[in-house]
Design a binder for this molecule. Sequence first.
Ligand SMILES: [Zn+2]
Length: 217
Amino acid sequence: MSMNLFGNWSNPLVIGKEIDLESALRVLDRFNNRCQYCRLVVNPTPHTPLGHFVICNRNTHSNSEPSNWVCLCEMCADLNSLDNLNGKGSFIELGWAKQGQINALLRVSYSVALRESDQWGDLKKASERFLNAIDTRPESWSSIGWDGEPSRLAEMMNQMIWKPSSQAYLHKLRFRFDLAPYEDAIRFWAASVESRYTNSFQALNVAAQQLEDGNGE
Ligand SMILES: [Zn+2]
């Protein structure tokens, strides 16, 4: 399914305002509890029936008919609006990785960080390496005094001296979510994330290596 969320700012429907719980659960059911952007699958509980998922419109151009509703995890839903990203992380320049992939790698890294255990071993090292590597900022950003804050994105795009085509440059930006705003959700998702830890180990190391090598392009 093609989803055009990132860089296509709209506002997701927020559960409780526009949609009742029963309709929301139908949407989750239709998509097998899978985030339609990063592919995370949740196991909702009676206490958390939506599993930290949000119902959104498929894209900015679709009308808000139920047939256009999709379910996204809380992280991906925030990508639907630049305002929603304020205070929740920062932009990075990382054209070669998909945002959904970055979300998944951040989620597993945070999940390891939150769950104290002696058993993580190499996975803990891999996730720490990934978290370290992902924070590298392009030098051109420091020359214009930008740390990747969402609130100053438009201002910084205007300041860029070499003036790449704004649209082309936006396609190279990804969002590095912080842990704190999603801590409850990540604790809830940990069990689902855990079943994929083995695959994650490989993916974290590959991504860290590419980041350390400088963009991997
Ligand atoms: Zn997601």
